[in-house]
Design a protein around this ligand. Sequence first.
Ligand code: SF4
Ligand code: SF4
Ligand code: SF4
Length: 362
Amino acid sequence: MSIIELKASSCVRSLSVESQCNRCEIVCPTDAIVIGENPLPSINYSVCVGCGACGGICPSESFKLDDFSSSNFFFNFLEDEENLISCRKNIPCISALSVEHIISLAVLKKEIVFDMGHCDGCEIASTCHKQILANHEEATYLLEAMENEAVIKLENISYEDDKQTDRRGFLSAINLKTVAKTKKSFEDEVKKASDELTEHTLAKTDIALLKKKKIPEKRTLFFTAIKRVQTPSQFHIVEADEVSFTSQKLMDEESCTACQMCYRVCPTGALTSDVKNSKIDFDPFLCIKCNICHDVCEPNAIKMSTAYNIKEFFEPVVQNLISFNVRRCNECNVVFSTNSNEKLCYRCKAEEEEARELWGIE
Ligand code: SF4
Ligand code: SF4
Ligand code: SF4
């Protein structure tokens, strides 16, 4: 049975305690993933069934199975003459694929088939089946908006392979004591035998990685696939709520305080500034809709657009969301950016406000 691994430095929750991301916890069918007091997701390995749904839904590809890589699956599947995706053939669960993978495979193969024949009665259907249907609906909606004729079929094929009866193997091995015999390594056995939550923390070496902007592999695959399809006759506008993996942003210029938080935490570099911190630019090509820029923005100045233009898939353009005044602080002479006529930098202003409060000065 597979074992799930969290790359702590990639999880957006490691970037700010304000992050509200809990997609992995919601999709996990056995409650093996818990987000509690510890900022990062914790894992109860004894109930994890290795479906990989958390990996499929994670915006930053932070969860991975030790024996399944969606990128490797992608390339193997492209070479496969058949177009069937089944939990008894080539994937732990179809929910392990992201919408980006599904659209990319569909446009490159013209037709793909999801084998839904094993879903009835499957122990993990409670969340995984729903997720597969949601991913299918979103991918189909976007293919239509792209005027692409690729088809994603849902069929009750119930594929069986004598040599590989159950890709996950969990149905027959759900009892820990019986599974122990089939574990790959002693370490994995120990992890899974414990009913306790394994907490994740950041190692010293991870801290440097936090600042590194990373584009998930699924995004690279997606844009490589899109480059190979015909541009639609017109760029359709779709409901942004129906798109789970990217977004378009708007800025409430009045509310933005130029605090720099949003582009500093953005994990992919979709939000950026220049050396002087004189502006905020947004590159829709890189946005993974992780939401952390919204979670950290205290005045709620950065907004998600309610509409999404399919043009961004074909001709992404970096947009300027706001420009700031760059000036020297009257008090300490430090250069700072501001969205108002403020004469003091943030530190001097905070000190002044503290002093006023302390001495009761209006
Ligand atoms: S879905 Fe991914 S980014 Fe979000 S909390 Fe889970 S591991 Fe972290
Ligand atoms: S949009 Fe929000 S987080 Fe970004 S600089 Fe403005 S106030 Fe700060
Ligand atoms: S722009 Fe915001 S939602 Fe998009 S990747 Fe950056 S932080 Fe995440």
